[in-house]
Design a protein around this ligand. Structure first.
Ligand code: PEP
Ligand code: MG
Length: 883
């Protein structure tokens, strides 16, 4: 078998397409060689060797040794050098290279092949003794650290001591003879730590480094990184061995990194940094301040350090040319590493550059404009989830940040406001036109109104799926959760951190994209939804097949969703309309009534309010479809629970606290999510559904009259399992529709459909479609009932499941294609068998998740519906799913 792939001298055995086998770095080195670019010759030991290594008790395939020797020999022939040669010495670098770049793994060993003898050869060859001994000490330190597992600190300590003794401050002031002494001390320390001398044999050094790369694949940091980024363990890493070129051979040598376009703004201009007389790690280490590559960037940065353009114009010109070749060839912005050795440019790496969402949009749109990529490709290149960064105000990158605490980046965007500690305070201040940030230990469903009233939410406890995080994301509000260093005392009205005390009314800023909590107000940048964003959205809209609707019940959310391009409402959760002050009273009255008559009386009070609500939504949606769901949650959710609250509400309502308590107890359920909710309410209390249907139809008649836009309401019945449930409720909806039409003297077109959110409904979809004119998949409940896990409580053990590899993703976030998805598939098919044109949509949280949207496209749903801030994400994801 072939385990080793060579490259160099204008040819290569691999290509860019071989990333799985050669890793990203190796594949691109091969490609650059084939393009005739100046790349130091070398070879790649494949990822298959890594797999073999772990499958065979950390040993190598028998043929590997010979193949490595042959490849090394070839490198020697190209360079005219040899390992261990006293004259023409070959030194190599050894680097890891997985398919995707992976921090946490062994990174680089430079100058491999140096020992007590060859260091002299290097000194002679380079005519620079200082350079040779400096290279050797770097090698000892790097090799000892990453291969022999000896801590950096040992070497730092020796170097600091030596500098103190020599009375110098900078490494650059150390002379050759002193480096030689330091090398002696380094070797001594290695021997102390290791119990044996620093390896002198270059072959031994080489195999040590190769082994260290493969071992690092399974170190804890790499494992953690893979888990966080869904990188399979089976991929393995490759090892790249390459002839050394030196950026530290004096003032005509340099090393640097660059992007072909600006990775933070996307602007089309070479962007990067370099250091004269330095090796790669010096740029990263931040000891010296790197210089700008172009004059333009230098001037823009106001730097007085000369640019590469100025100090090495020839190498610079060549680099600009190569950057252009690579960007054209890869048809994407490239991230480049290079070294200049005595005036000669060498390319060490190219890869697609990581970029901000803003830069991704700009480069994609501009590259389409330049004809480098097609519009479809431009759309495909944007990560839908990254759009979230763009839809919210963000902290001006130039702003000064006075960070007082850091929590989890739970919901993106930044917000500034006065601190409040309770939801009622939030609401009160909001009414006075003030901006507030709600600060809580954690939030609960009772805080919804306060969260709505706040600019952002900060909690000291809870993770990325805590109530605060989930609700804030749904609302599109910035949220920092779990900022554990803050001490919140809501009673005292204080928040303490790092010896500072903040009080109610003090201004803070939270950055939900970084998790930072900042003192005071900070300058913000407002979202820019025109320009590149609008262009990509328009192109995406031209590609996608599925419609994108929104889950919204308030006029503000509906308007916001429209501005983000929603094409209707896919789910109006009417229960959210009953919590406002004026309604909750009537609602409670209804729930407390012992008779149907009493309930109807209370419902009569709610009717005009609901009608106005729906009317407003119809007008905002201006003829687009609006799906209104009948009341879904169990009634106890509308009643008070604690003694205090019961007493308060009873007084306000003029009923005996006992009566209220009794009703609350009657309504108590052990499993409310599996309880008296959904269409079961409409079966028990048909008058509720009738009132809602009347409000819907009357509003439809009114807005059609008012705006001239015909309204086709879609009435949706939740939690249906039996077709007879649906028929029962549908009959009363149809009856009300007839009545309203007779009263108004006009026709109303409307649809009655159901949610598919119980496995039984999915399995019986053929029958259910006889009555339902549309299905909307409620994948939140469908996931809960298919798995038999609670959507409110499961996150605690689901995280453990993830860590132990039992599940890959939270099924409440991304649809479980195999199980829940199968039910969706079955229901869609069966529904179409009965009613070929049945309208199919999804309105669970999954409707805004790109991977789930891909699945929806596969099943052929007509639309997805998601919270307003996810609408652009869904538009883009739907387009990507369609190609
Ligand atoms: C669902 O169950 O997926 C759904 C959209 O309804 P809710 O989240 O309101 O139960
Ligand atoms: Mg549901």
């Amino acid at each position: 078998a072939k385990w080793v792939y060579s490259f160099g001298d204008g040819a290569a055995e691999g290509r860019a397409g071989d990333k799985n086998l050669l890793g990203g770095k190796g594949a691109n080195l091969a490609e650059m060689c084939s393009l005739g670019l100046p790349v130091p010759p070398g070879f790649t030991v494949t990822t298959e060797v890594c797999s073999y290594y772990y499958a065979h008790n950390q040993s190598y395939p028998p043929e590997l040794k010979d193949q490595v020797l042959a490849a090394l020999h070839r490198v020697g022939e190209i360079t005219g050098r040899r390992f261990g040669d006293k004259d023409k010495l070959l030194l190599v670098s050894v680097r890891s290279g997985a398919r995707a770049s992976m921090p946490g793994m062994m990174d680089t060993v430079l100058n491999l092949g140096l020992n007590d003898e060859t260091v002299e050869a290097l000194a002679k060859d380079a005519s620079d003794e200082r350079f040779a001994w400096d290279s050797y000490r770097r090698f000892i330190q790097m090799y000892s650290n990453v291969v022999l597992d000896i801590d950096h600190e040992h070497f730092e300590e020796i170097l600091e001591d030596s500098k103190a003794r020599l009375g110098v401050e900078l490494d650059t002031e150390i002379k050759a003879a002193d480096w030689r002494k330091i090398v002696g001390l380094y070797k001594g320390r290695v021997e102390e730590e290791l119990g044996s001398p620093f390896p002198q044999d270059p072959q031994e050094q080489l195999w040590g480094a190769i082994g260290a790369v493969f071992s690092s694949w399974m170190n804890q940091r790499a494992i953690t990184y893979r888990r966080l980024h869904d990188i399979p363990e089976s991929w393995g890493t490759a090892v790249n061995v390459q002839a050394m070129v030196f950026g530290n051979m004096g003032e005509t040598s340099a090393t640097g990194v660059a992007f072909t376009r600006n990775p933070s703004t996307g602007e089309k201009a070479l962007y990067g940094e370099f250091l004269v007389n330095a090796q790669g790690e010096d740029v990263v280490a931040g000891i010296r301040t790197p210089q700008n590559i172009t004059e333009e960037a230098r001037i823009a940065a106001g730097s007085d350090q000369p640019s590469l353009e100025k100090v090495m114009p020839e190498a610079f010109g060549e680099f600009v040319r190569i950057a252009g070749v690579l960007e054209k060839h890869y048809r994407d912005m490239q991230d480049l590493e290079f070294t200049i050795e005595r005036g000669k440019l060498w390319m060490l790496q190219t890869r697609s550059g990581k970029r901000t969402a803003k830069a991704a949009l700009k480069t994609a749109v501009e590259m389409a404009g330049e004809g480098l990529i097609t519009r479809d490709e431009a759309v495909a290149r944007i990560d839908p989830a990254s759009l979230d960064q763009l839809l919210h105000p963000t902290i001006d990158p130039k702003a000064e940040r006075n960070v007082v605490a850091v929590g989890l980046p739970a919901s993106p965007g930044a917000a500034t406001g006065e601190i409040v500690f309770t939801s009622d305070e939030a609401e009160d201040l909001k009414k006075q036109g003030r901006k507030v940030v709600l600060v809580r230990v954690e939030t609960s469903p009772e805080d919804i109104h306060g969260m709505h009233a706040s600019e952002g939410i900060l909690t000291t406890r809870g993770g990325m799926t805590s109530h605060a995080a989930v609700v804030a994301r749904g609302m599109g509000k910035p949220c920092v959760s779990g900022a554990g260093s803050l001490r919140v005392d809501a009673r005292a009205g204080t928040m303490m951190v790092m010896g500072q005390t903040f009080r109610k009314g003090d201004i803070i800023t939270i950055d939900g994209s970084s998790g930072q909590v900042l003192k005071g107000a900070v300058p913000m940048l407002q979202p820019e939804l025109s320009g590149d964003f609008a262009a990509i959205m328009e192109w995406a809209d031209g590609i996608r097949r599925m419609k994108v609707r929104t889950n919204a019940e308030t006029p503000a959310d509906a308007r916001m969703a429209r501005s983000f391009g929603a094409e209707g409402i896919g789910l109006c959760r009417t229960e959210h309309m009953f919590f406002d002050e004026d309604r909750i009273v009537a609602m409670r009255e209804m729930i407390l009534s012992d008779t149907e008559d009493g309930r109807r009386k209370a419902l009569t009070k709610l009717l005009p309010m609901q009608r106005a609500d729906f009317g407003e939504l119809f007008e905002i949606m201006a003829g687009l479809p609006v799906t209104i769901r009948l009341l879904d949650p169990p009634l106890h959710e509308f009643l008070p629970h604690t003694d205090e609250e019961i007493a308060e509400v009873a007084t306000a309502m003029g009923v005996a606290p006992e009566k209220l308590r009794q009703r609350t107890e009657e309504l108590h359920e052990f499993n409310p999510m599996l309880g008296h909710r959904g269409c079961r309410l409409a079966v028990s209390y048909p008058e509720i559904a009738e009132m809602q249907a009347r409000a819907i139809f009357e509003a439809a008649v009114e807005s059609a009259k008012k705006t001239g836009n015909p309204v086709v309401p879609e009435v949706m019945i939740p939690l249906v399992g039996l077709v007879k449930e649906l028929d029962f409720v549908k009959a009363s909806i149809d009856k009300v529709a007839k009545e309203v039409m007779a009263e108004a003297g006009t026709e109303i077109t409307y649809l009655v459909g159901t949610m598919i959110e119980l496995p039984r409904a999915a399995l019986r979809a053929q029958k259910i479609a006889e009555s339902a004119e549309f299905f909307s998949f409620g994948t939140n409940d469908l996931t809960q009932t298919t798995f038999g896990i609670s959507r409110d409580d499961a996150s605690s053990f689901l995280e453990t499941y993830r860590q132990k590899g039992i599940i890959e993703q939270d099924p409440f976030v991304s649809i479980d294609v195999d199980g829940v998805g199968e039910l969706v598939r079955i229901a869609a098919e069966k529904g179409r068998q009965t009613r070929s044109d049945i309208k199919l949509g999804i309105c669970g949280e999954h409707g805004g998740d790109p991977a789930s949207i891909r699945f929806c496209e596969e099943v052929g749903l007509d639309y997805v519906s998601c919270s307003p801030f996810r609408v652009p994400i869904a538009r883009l994801a739907a387009a990507q799913a369609a190609v």
